[in-house]
Design a protein around this ligand. Structure first.
Ligand code: F6R
Length: 611
């Protein structure tokens, strides 16, 4: 949450910063601001989006080659001009942008207030910048030492870029819990919450670790720990292309990412599936395969859409690998004293690899000596660096705030893992294993077929765009997809929607059904088909509107439902990969028709790096 960007070098900093903020805006969009650093330092900030900031600044002289920018997702203090970053210290010597939360800010603020320091904003970040200046002035030390000393007294999470007007040729960056990447150019450095603003300038990056402090000038970078121990920076090469972070001709990132799914699923299994000999290979798990095969239990943790993918994983691991599975919200898991044993395997699922609750749950699980694995999309992010091993999803950058292609890539990885473990445990027959591999390779083509029906989904969206409530029902593998369909609709269109296991409907939600209630029923041909036909009848008997998602060629439900969405035939275990696509498109079109900003839904942000 919150996007931070910094630049020091020979270019016009303003351009680098404003473009960087546009790339990072998916992380937060309550307010935005930029500081051009020199020995006075000019700060421009306002409530609203990066385009509002551009309008606000127009006509000002913003020349300079050092600066920082911030796009905010409010935690402490409402989104307004004053609470926007950058924040300046009380005597104006320090300027700071911050992503994260300073948990002991109230205590620090009390101390500073009692020393006569006045605050302009309601933010924890202003407390920090004032605290740094307070230490600097009291201790008569340099900026770097003041930052280090102040941070050693701070409890909480931060990704920070700091400048000091007494030392205007430097930027100081620090990280604890909130991601920060440094791009290394030729006599220039870039700082950002993730690599997307950096990629157009350089592919060489340094990922800061927790408790790292970097002091950066045009001519070099010194990396130390909070305790002042010198570190050797490790430079990684980004495997990311600029084209991957543009809209590529689509109106919205979300639409582009939905349409990218044939490619992102293919990329996720490419090189891991041998189509000729029909076998699977997951290099990231090679060294831990014995522990996976011997696992007593798998605990899957995640949040939001990643948690839904985890629920699909539960069916997959139990079905194919015969391992008992628990799926937990990371936020609940970490606070309820969970029992984890060394023969458990904990799998953390996260697109961003930075979700604070999932990361904290990973750290907790590691203490129990269980094998901790990650299924993440962002290479080099915090969760893959904390886990013992894992599998990247290779979905490519997901910029739309609502997760789409990340979900299908996560399910693809979970399916491959379950197939591999099942085969190695010999609980999945070779014949079935090979036929699943074949089915998996056919999924991208089948999604292409579904995408070609986009206009049909649009027509249904048009009919129900004004509904106040939606219900999504599914059974078995499609129950998590019902949850995901409901989440997609509510988060981008602001229509209240609930997902339910179809059979549970009669235990309560059926009371909601009337002639105004669209009910999306996921009713593909599987073992519970007959049961779901009965559930549809129950809805129809109460005058509900049934939008049924069926297997192509199906006729019974087609005759009963008000509308049908068809998906191609596939194995039961892969239906989530197909069934979710029409639901994503339905939500997208409804949201657009209601005039909502689908890429930046209100109150949300990508990468939830606060608890
Ligand atoms: C929903 C959505 C969120 C994320 C959740 C976890 O569309 O995007 O629910 O799935 O915040 O994020 P990651 O996967 O980055 O840990």
């Amino acid at each position: 949450m919150c996007g931070i960007v910094g630049y020091i070098g020979y270019r016009d900093a303003w351009n680098v910063l404003i473009n960087g903020l546009k790339r990072l805006e998916y992380r937060g969009y309550d307010s935005a601001g930029i500081a051009i650093v020199n020995n006075t330092c000019s700060i421009y900030k306002c409530k609203g989006k990066v385009t509002d900031l551009e309008r606000y600044i127009a006509g000002n002289n913003v020349s300079g080659t050092i600066g920082m920018g911030h796009t905010r997702w409010a935690t402490h203090g409402e989104p307004n001009d004053v609470n926007a970053h950058p924040h300046k210290s009380y005597h104006g010597k320090f300027i700071l942008i911050h992503n994260g939360i300073i948990e002991n800010y109230a205590k620090l603020k009390e101390k500073l207030t009692s020393s006569g320091i006045k605050f302009q904003s309601e933010t924890d970040s202003e407390v920090l910048v004032n605290f740094i200046e307070y230490i600097y002035e009291k201790g008569n030390i340099n900026a770097e030492n003041a930052v280090r000393l102040a941070l050693s007294k701070v409890i909480g999470a931060y990704g920070l870029v700091i400048a000091c007007t007494d030392e205007p040729d430097k930027l100081i960056a620090a990280r604890n819990g909130s991601p920060l990447v440094i791009g290394v150019g030729n006599k220039e450095y870039f700082l950002a919450s993730d690599a997307t603003p950096i990629i157009e300038y350089t592919k060489s990056v340094i990922y800061l670790n927790d408790n790292d402090v970097a002091v950066i000038s045009k001519d070099g970078l010194v990396l130390k720990t909070l305790k002042n121990d010198q570190q050797i920076p490790r430079i990684h090469q980004l495997d990311l292309d600029i084209g991957e972070i543009d809209k590529g001709g689509y109106k919205h990132f979300m639409l582009k990412e939905i349409f990218e799914q044939p490619r992102s699923i293919l990329d996720t299994f490419r090189g891991r599936v041998s189509t000729d000999i029909k076998s699977l290979h997951l290099g990231g798990l090679f060294n831990v395969m014995d522990r996976l095969i011997g696992a007593r239990r798998i605990i899957i943790i995640g949040c939001g859409t990643s948690w839904h993918a985890g629920l699909v994983g539960e069916y997959l691991f139990e079905d194919l690998a015969r391992i008992s599975v628990e799926v937990e919200y990371a936020s609940e898991f970490r606070y309820r004293n969970p029992i984890i044993t060394p023969d458990d395997v904990v799998i953390a699922i996260s697109q961003s690899g930075e979700t604070a609750d999932t990361l904290a749950a990973v750290k907790l699980a590691k203490k129990s000596k269980a094998l901790v694995l990650g299924i993440c999309n962002v290479v080099g992010s915090s969760i893959p660096r904390e886990t013992d091993a894992g599998v990247y999803t290779h979905a490519g950058p997901e910029i739309g705030v609502a997760s789409t292609k990340a979900f299908t890539a996560q399910v693809t990885v979970l399916a491959m893992m379950a197939m591999l473990i099942g085969r190695m445990k010999n609980v999945l027959s070779e014949k079935k294993y090979k036929s699943y591999i074949k089915s998996l390779t056919e999924i991208p083509g089948k999604i292409e077929k579904i995408l070609a029906y986009d206009n049909e989904f649009k027509k249904i969206a048009n009919l129900y765009k004004l509904a106040n409530n939606f219900l999504y029902l599914g059974r078995g593998y499609l129950f998590p997809v019902a949850l995901e369909g409901a989440l997609k609709l509510k988060e981008i269109s602001y229509i209240h929607a609930e997902g339910y296991p179809a059979a549970e409907m009669k235990h309560g939600p059926i009371a909601l059904i009337d002639h105004k209630m669209p009910v999306v029923v996921l009713a593909t041909k599987d073992s519970s088909y007959e049961k779901i036909v009965s559930n549809i009848q129950e809805v129809k008997a109460r005058n509900g509107i049934v939008i049924a998602l069926v297997t192509e060629g199906e006729s019974t439900i087609t005759n009963m439902a008000d509308h049908v969405l068809e998906i191609p035939v596939t194995d039961n275990i892969f239906t989530p990969l197909l069934a979710v696509v029409p639901l994503q498109l339905l939500s997208y079109h409804i949201a657009i028709m209601r005039g909502c900003n689908v890429d930046q839904p209100r109150n949300l942000a990508k990468s939830v790096t606060v608890e």
